[in-house]
Design a protein around this ligand. Structure first.
Ligand SMILES: [Zn+2]
Ligand SMILES: [Zn+2]
Length: 184
């Protein structure tokens, strides 16, 4: 009986660890990706806007099935933050790390299904709202207007990301002003 109880406890710890590691990987990965890549890229870069917000985009592009190296590079840079912590998280829970990466990848595909006229069922929408998860409909808003709906996976990054965007735009404008006054 004692042995069975300890096996049960070990299993509980195993599951909790996997759950926490998977959640941490997605939360931290989305934070780094949003604040250090996605938002700065909208302000200072052309690359993400061109690839991700371009007019001639298709679902296939987003599913990273394309051979266009620019699209693959954008996908790679966007996905890199999720891999930074893998060696450390792997030590805590390999299963949680794998689940986190798979869920992250599945979410990339899912949030781009709007292009094939997908409609998220009401119950799923409600669940996403409760868990602060970005739905394809919400992510579609970001594609249409780059000032809206930040947070690729989690909606709670939207507000701080938009503040960050404003601040970086302000810096860019200030920098340009100083450069032009220096030239004249
Ligand atoms: Zn997108
Ligand atoms: Zn964007």
């Amino acid at each position: 009986m004692i042995k069975l109880a300890s096996v049960g406890e070990e299993l509980d710890v195993f599951i909790v660890k996997a759950f926490l590691v998977a959640t941490f990987l997605l939360v931290i990965g989305d934070a780094i990706s949003t604040f250090l890549y996605h938002v700065p890229e909208h302000v200072f870069g052309k690359f993400h806007s061109l690839v991700h917000h371009g007019k001639n985009r298709s679902f296939v592009h987003y599913a990273v099935l394309t051979r266009n190296p620019l699209v693959l590079l954008d996908g790679f840079l966007g996905a890199l933050p999720y891999f930074i912590f893998v060696p450390w998280l792997w030590n805590i829970s390999p299963l949680g790390t794998i689940i986190g990466l798979i869920l992250g990848e599945l979410h990339v595909v899912w949030r781009h299904v709007s292009i094939i006229k997908w409609k998220t069922p009401k119950q799923v929408k409600l669940l996403c709202k409760l868990l602060f998860i970005t739905t394809p409909e919400r992510h579609c808003l970001h594609h249409k207007n780059a000032n809206l709906a930040y947070g690729d996976i989690f909606t709670f990054y939207d507000y701080p990301a938009r503040l960050w965007l404003k601040f970086l735009v302000f810096l860019k404008v200030k920098y340009k002003q100083t450069m032009t006054t220096k030239q004249t």
